[in-house]
Design a protein around this ligand. Structure first.
Ligand code: PHE
Length: 454
């Protein structure tokens, strides 16, 4: 049966644009505005950005196409989609574990994602009256030690995520994303305009786009690869879950390109806005997760109408994070609703509670639990971040590529894509079948070999 004849029990997006908006809503989030700039700063600027862009294009886009395709063909939650498609392909039923692992990875990510989203949330209420960029550095450091505030904002954020997923992603999402995302985009462009006035615009931009090849090593490559998966929401079933709600007549290939383009654009613009401020104020690019929270408030203080833009920016960043967070919870919730036949709000509350509890450990990991370092010298927050982004997502990606490239019937794959046989289709299939699993596999081996973890 083709996906045309089947519908997901969770609904179908009403319009062609809704899938793109929902997938872009999932992709564009803290990964672009918070994580991309600080990782670029930590891993050597242009060298990291170059590897990242190559990973997006050669690995990310092909896998995104594969993930949407799986979801739409299965029309179920990722776990049940994989179970169903394994039967269709007469493959091992164990493929369903790939979908289940994704749901678990989603909860792990949600737990610390929500803590970082809480930072953006808390910054809506910041005063923005500091007199130096360093001032905001100290503010952020003391904020990380304020457990009550961290847990408070983390809790509200998870609650909002549960609320939307409980109502059903389709109803929950369609309403806001299409109105709010464009405003966020405009503010980022405004920040880029401000960056041209800092006096260090070219220094900032060339830091991002001039690769120093000597800085590329196994650690940088693994980090860029993990970030490519994370920013595109790949490897854990978020995009697969959303693909299940995609209308049958929509073109998967062009949709994936569109989402990847938007996502990359927002990340690069965020970098272009932030690094000139870093250099104009003699700040360190490698300060880590606090980077946006130190640089942007200082930009807002200096901009005309900056206070208003500042508040609006953090409101929108919180909403962008929310539209990503719901896609982290959805694969697990859809799976439980289908398999246990329980109400959606119960599934959402139950899984959300697990993520909330884990998140408490992340919230405490900057001060009270700073000595607790499960992986290498990383605290709990950083360990979960590392485990999910640099291990679980790429691993999920390898298996998705193998399933679509090697296990499914070629005719089923091509039927779902609905593209004429031609160069583009061949190129995609080649990248998916050979390049993605081999390159990602090789990066893993290198990473273990060079002891990236410890
Ligand atoms: N892509 C989201 C971001 O950049 C995070 C995310 C990862 C969402 C994985 C869903 C799945 O913020």
């Amino acid at each position: 049966m083709t996906s045309e004849a089947r519908k997901s029990i969770h609904g179908t997006w009403t319009g062609k644009w809704t899938f793109i908006l929902a997938a872009a809503g999932s992709a564009v989030g803290l990964g672009n505005i918070w994580k991309f700039p600080y990782m670029a700063g930590e891993y050597g600027g242009g060298a990291f950005v170059l590897v990242y862009l190559v990973c997006i294009l050669l690995i990310g886009v092909p896998i995104m196409i594969a993930e949407i395709l799986l979801g739409r063909r299965g029309r179920r939650s990722p776990a049940n989609t994989m179970a169903y498609l394994a039967v269709e392909a007469r493959a091992f039923p164990q493929w369903k574990y790939l979908g289940m692992m994704g749901a678990v990875a989603g909860l792990l990510i949600l737990s610390f994602y929500s803590v970082a989203a809480g930072w953006a949330f808390a910054y809506i209420f910041e005063e923005f009256n500091g007199t130096s960029a360093e001032y905001y550095g100290q503010e952020f450091d003391s904020f990380l030690k304020d457990e009550t505030r961290l847990i408070f904002f983390h809790s509200i954020f998870i609650f909002a995520t549960i609320f939307i997923v409980a109502r059903g992603v389709i109803k929950g999402i369609e309403i806001w994303i299409n109105r709010l995302m464009p405003i966020l985009f405009i503010i980022i462009v405004l920040l880029c305009v401000y960056a041209t006035q800092t006096g260090a615009f070219f220094e900032g931009v060339s830091y991002l786009f001039t690769p120093d090849f000597s800085k590329i090593n196994a650690k940088v490559i693994l980090a860029a690869l993990g970030q490519a998966f994370f920013t595109l929401s790949l490897g854990m079933g978020a995009i697969m879950a959303y693909g299940a709600y995609m209308p049958a007549n929509q073109n998967i290939g062009s949709t994936a390109l569109y989402v990847a383009f938007l996502d990359t654009l927002v990340a690069l613009l965020a970098g272009i806005a932030i690094f000139p401020i870093v250099f104009a104020n003699n700040l360190e690019p490698a300060v880590g997760p606090g980077l946006v929270f130190v640089t942007l408030p200082w930009a807002f203080v200096n901009m005309p109408l900056g206070i208003i833009f500042g508040k609006l920016f953090f409101v929108l960043l919180t909403i962008a994070a929310l539209s990503s967070a719901i896609s982290l919870l959805e694969p697990g919730v859809a799976w439980i609703v289908e398999s246990l036949k329980i109400k959606r709000y119960i599934a959402a509350a139950g899984l959300g509670f697990i993520a909330w509890t884990l998140g408490i450990f992340s919230a405490l990991s900057f001060d009270l639990l700073a000595g607790f370092t499960p992986i290498g010298d990383k605290n709990f927050f950083d360990s979960l971040d590392f485990l999910s982004n640099q291990v679980l997502l790429p691993l999920g990606g390898i298996f998705i590529a193998i399933f679509v490239g090697w296990v499914m019937k070629r005719s089923d794959v091509f039927e779902e894509l609905n593209l004429k046989e031609g160069l583009v289709l061949k190129a995609w299939f080649f990248l998916l079948k050979f390049v993605s699993p081999l390159v990602v596999g090789l990066i893993f081996v290198l990473a273990v070999f060079f002891g990236v973890v410890t």
